[in-house]
Design a protein around this ligand. Structure first.
Ligand SMILES: *Cc1c(COP(=O)(O)O)cnc(C)c1O
Length: 394
């Protein structure tokens, strides 16, 4: 290179390879293009298979490290990272479904997923039937000859219902459906849906996997290698695949996932128990409480824990919810969940503000319902904050 002019040398910078040592952390391969010494290898790069990297939309080593890590934690054959949870959800739905197909879906899904399903049925000729998900018979009754896919969530939002996942997945598989579980709320620390018969598991890595609200990302894990290939092929067409730096942040988050989830669960349990005995609180929805309708399912499915999210209903309705949020000092009033900081939201005055009380009830959300995503702070500090906010409620 020293023979070349400065202009040329500035472009062709040598890349040092570690000699005899290896990096302890996963390097961020902030390059989107790779070149093969052997041109025969190019087709493998286009296929996005193995470690033959060519172009980031097909695959990148940092992204692959994240995909393999989550696939390993979930007990699946392979993972496919996406630019967001919604990117993963769209990739899976569009990669597996065609017009004329029918989907069976749980009624209380994440709002973004419901919006995509609505779009599929209104504009793309894919019909959807919604079921409550508390009885496998509902799935069997909903199945038609053109049914293709069953979409579920491990823990529902915001009332934290827990499915009898093995039974519902069993009904879906008996009917020949591809079973997909959005397990964002549970994380592989608490539940690994593939072990219960799921074909695909999706996550918003923006939440617990990343864990620090510094990354937007998503991932789908496939139990079966062939289905993975089919969807990966589609993902490169859709172009919603993950970039190296977000994948690296999510990968760093994964290293403390177990520790964080344990603390999230302990704190949520602590708050739920105290809130349940507070006079200003009508109901606490938390699968770690004996009063929760799905307590038994949660014990079996979530390794005896209740997760990091709880919700409560204040006797004072909409105004009480608003007052509570405004009075919080330590917990942050915002959307999302799964952060190391405690986050709280009042759906009736934010995400669901356009609905009146009757429409809210229809959506299973009380006007005074608050959702808390417990962080990893000291539980007594969290309780002091929640207690003083409850005092501020009129
Ligand atoms: C946040 C969330 C999503 C969407 O993820 P993004 O990363 O925001 O696109 C999907 N499913 C669930 C359950 C979520 O909580």
């Amino acid at each position: 290179m020293t023979d070349f002019h400065l202009d040329t040398r500035a472009v062709h910078t040598p890349i040092p390879e570690p000699e005899g040592s290896r990096p302890l952390g996963v390097p961020i391969y902030q390059t989107h293009l790779f070149a093969f010494d052997d041109p025969e290898m190019q087709p493998a790069g286009f296929a996005g298979e193995g470690n033959a990297f060519l172009y980031n939309r097909y695959g990148n080593p940092t992204v692959r490290a994240f995909e393999e890590a989550v696939a390993g934690l979930e007990g699946g054959a392979a993972g496919l990272a996406a630019a967001s949870g919604m990117g993963a959800i769209n990739t899976v739905l569009l990669g597996l479904l065609g017009s004329g197909d029918h989907v069976v879906a749980q009624r209380s899904l994440y709002g973004g997923t419901l919006a995509v399903l609505r779009d599929l049925s209104e504009r793309r000729g894919i019909e959807v039937t919604y079921v409550d998900g508390d009885d496998p018979a509902q799935v069997r009754d909903a199945v038609r000859p053109n049914s293709k896919l069953l979409w579920l969530e491990t823990i529902s939002n915001p009332t934290t219902r827990v499915l009898d996942l093995p039974a519902i997945l069993g009904a879906g598989r008996e009917a020949g459906l591809i079973t997909v579980v959005d397990s964002t709320f549970a994380t592989p620390v608490l539940c690994r849906p593939v072990e219960h018969g799921a074909d695909v598991v999706v996550h918003s890595a923006t939440k617990y996997l990343g864990g620090h609200s510094d990354v937007l990302g998503g991932i789908a894990v496939f139990a079966d290698e062939d289905r993975y290939r089919q969807v990966r092929h589609y993902a490169t067409e859709l172009g919603a695949t993950a970039a190296p730096f977000p994948a690296w942040l999510a990968l760093r988050g994964l290293q403390t996932l177990s520790l964080r989830v344990r603390q999230h669960c302990d704190n949520a349990q602590f708050l739920a128990e105290r809130l349940e005995n507070h006079p200003a609180v009508d109901v606490v929805h938390y699968p770690g409480l004996d009063s929760h309708p799905d307590r038994e399912a949660a014990v079996r499915l979530l390794s005896g824990r209740g997760g990091g999210v709880l919700s409560l209903e204040l006797a004072g309705g909409r105004d009480a919810g608003r007052d509570f949020i405004a009075a919080l000092r330590l917990a942050t009033a915002t959307v999302s969940l799964g952060d190391v900081k405690t986050l709280a939201m009042h759906p009736a005055s934010t995400s669901h503000r356009d609905l009146d009380d009757a429409q809210l009830r229809e959506a299973g959300i009380g006007a005074g319902l608050l959702r808390i995503s417990a962080g990893i702070e000291h539980p007594e500090d969290l309780w002091s904050d929640v207690e003083q906010a409850l005092k501020a409620v009129r």
